[in-house]
Design a protein around this ligand. Structure first.
Ligand SMILES: N[C@@H](CCC(=O)N[C@@H](CS)C(=O)NCC(=O)O)C(=O)O
Length: 210
C-alpha cells in the first residue's frame, strides 16, 4: 500500500523521502506549503497536532489498520520497524542508531535551524548575538560528528535511519554557513551518502507546488 507523505522542501521533510526511497516503499507526496500557513489546516492538525511537517499516513499499518505518525524521528523508527531495514533488531546495534537519531532530532536540527533564522534577519545589530551563539554550537556539533565518523563509516554500526536523519540537515550546510572541508570525515560521509541512487531520488522528488 502507498504511504501518504505530508511534507515540504526542508531538511525534516527530505529525510523521510530519502528513507522511503532507500527502503523501496511506494509513497505519494502531499505538499504542505509552510509559506502559505497550510500546516495550520485543521485536516493536517489531525495527523500532526504540532503543526509541523513531516507526517505520514500508512493505510496498511499494524494489524492492517491505518496509522498516522508525526515527528520525523518517530516516522523513521516506524518505517525501520515496518520494513526491517536500516534499523537493527539487536539491542546494542539499535542503541547506537537511537543515540545518533536523538542527537539529530534534539540538537543537529534545532541548532542549525536557529542559524537559518538569524542569518535571514535584516537587523544586523539584533542578529549578532543569536548568530554567534548558534553558529558556534552548530560548528561544535559538526566537530562531534567528525570525530564519530573518523572511526565509523556511518553513524551507527551500519547504514541506518540515523544517517538519513542527519543527512537532511547536513544537506543545508551552505545555509548554516559550514564548509564541509573543515570536517573531512563528515565530508567523506556526505559525499558517499549523496552518491546513493535512493538518496538522490529522495532529494529530487518535488516537494513544492509548481
Ligand atoms: N521535531 C520535528 C521538527 C519538524 C519541523 O520543525 N518542521 C518544520 C519544517 S522543517 C515545520 O513544519 N515548521 C512549520 C511551523 O513551525 O509552523 C520533527 O523532527 O519532525
Amino acid at each position: 500500500m502507498t504511504i501518504q507523505l505530508y511534507t515540504f522542501d526542508t531538511p525534516n521533510g527530505r529525510k523521510i523521502s530519502v528513507a522511503l526511497e532507500e527502503m523501496g516503499l511506494p509513497y505519494d507526496v502531499h505538499v504542505v506549503d509552510l509559506g502559505q500557513g497550510e500546516q495550520f489546516d485543521p485536516a493536517f492538525l489531525k495527523i500532526s497536532p504540532n503543526n509541523k511537517i513531516p507526517a505520514i499516513v500508512d493505510t496498511d499499518g499494524p494489524a492492517g489498520r491505518p496509522i498516522s505518525v508525526f515527528e520525523s524521528g518517530a516516522i523513521l523508527i516506524y518505517l525501520g520497524e515496518k520494513t526491517g531495514l536500516f534499523y537493527p533488531r539487536e539491542t546494542a546495534a539499535r542503541v547506537a542508531v537511537l543515540e545518533w537519531l536523538m542527537f539529530q532530532v534534539g540538537g543537529f536540527g534545532p541548532i542549525p535551524g536557529q542559524v537559518h533564522h538569524f542569518v535571514a534577519m535584516k537587523d544586523h545589530g539584533a542578529r549578532h548575538y543569536g548568530l554567534e551563539r548558534f553558529m558556534a554550537e552548530t560548528r561544535r556539533l559538526y566537530a562531534v560528528m567528525d570525530r564519530r565518523l573518523a572511526e565509523h563509516e556511518y553513524f551507527a554500526d551500519a547504514l541506518s535511519i540515523a544517517d538519513f536523519a542527519i543527512l537532511g540537515w547536513a544537506w543545508r550546510h551552505p545555509r548554516h554557513q559550514v564548509n564541509l572541508a573543515d570536517y573531512p570525515n563528515v565530508q567523506r560521509w556526505y559525499r558517499a551518502m549523496m552518491e546513493r541512487p535512493g538518496v538522490a531520488r529522495g532529494f529530487a522528488v518535488p516537494m513544492r507546488r509548481a
